[in-house]
Design a binder for this molecule. Sequence first.
Ligand code: MN
Ligand code: MN
Length: 470
Amino acid sequence: MKNTKPKKSEFAYERKNFWKDAPVAEQKAAMDYAVDYKEFLNQAKTEREVAVWMEKLLKKHKFVDMHSKAGAKKVYSIFRGKTMAVAILGTEPLNKGFNMVAAHIDSPRIDLKQNPLYEDSNTKMTCMRTHYYGGIKKYQWVSTPLSLHGVIVKQDGSLLNISIGEKENEPVFVIPDLLPHLAAKEQYSKNLNEAIDASKLNLVFSGMMQPGGEEKEAAKAFVLQALNTAYGITEADFLSAELQLVPATKARDAGIDGSMVVGYGQDDRVCAYTGLTALLANQDTKPEKSMIVYLSDKEEVGSMGATGAQSIFIQDFVADLMAYKGEDNSSSNLRKAFINSHILSADVCAALNPNYPNVHEKENAVLFNYGIGVSKFTGSRGKSGCNDADAEFSAKVLKIFTAAGVFWQTGELGKVDEGGGGTIAYILANLGAQVIDCGVGIMGMHSLYELSSKADIYSTYKGYKAFLAN
Ligand code: MN
Ligand code: MN
């Protein structure tokens, strides 16, 4: 009998699986690419640390601080240590438009409160009060090792960089959860989002006491003495400090095939890393259009403030670039530069999780291993608050990816009316630029152990590289 298995129409669209369809050399390149990426995740866990890490890499590749030297073709600027922009200057004037990849380098975490230290009267231990940053599921952050990062500006004006808990010989910190034996009323009777109240996210900071002392709070006195000895700080120095708790664990390979990466803060450091390395991969070309990588802060809390994407910084950076190239940087010319520009809002997307397929609509969801995820829009309900990239620009971007042999797929953030979210796309689109969201699909986004696929990370890198060079 003849095989009558029905064939799919040659006119139908089907996304391609990287491991099934990519050449062996590409698959190896994807695995190799993730090695340095994991190192980056381990060495730069906060926006300040990312800025420092990136600057070091840029200097290695002979990029110069735009404000330090004239006449360079590869420049960058870091603003307040938390946001930055990097450019390779093209031959064309900037008012004809530039190609930009824009990611964010802040991640959800737990900050210390401004007045954090207290001696707990029941246990006589010293604890720290916290205030979470961004959209976290609080239950994930208890009973897990955390490291303390940040800066303290001492009363003499000097800056103290803090990083405790990353090295093997350093202590880590824990917010202890309640044991299941006693959780019936406190936790199990409540909704998941109410089971752990923000006021219960206090850190156990120290257990020792000032020996033999008569002091009223001998445990807290011990900590203050120890901190003063080690760092020369007093309790008042906390009031102005920025101290952040992040997972102390390292990024690792995941899966028996090692095809995935598990690690904290891949939202959105994966797009920051792929974006910057994509720019570096283009550094020996002589582009017509200037290429820019923009790394913003505060995305997880609304992109506001001086270092968020709503700040004047990125416009100021482009205006400075125009002046640097000797072009007219009047307000009108700067507006033209943005209006004529093409921008990828480089942020992660929600990949379909095998445990929760019901929150997605499969044919419009991003899947692991099918490449860079392109989202025409984000937002909630009836596309509320979205930047809806137009058909012309969407088609252009997909064509660039296809021509460069990039594995890509389209997807939206979950089923309609299931929830939603946003990125910085609309902020840059408000300046008149063509903007579309695209980045790596993540499982367990905003958790301590975000999961990503090396196929998608590599495809994203290749996609950004091709887009910037176009
Ligand atoms: Mn993000
Ligand atoms: Mn996020």
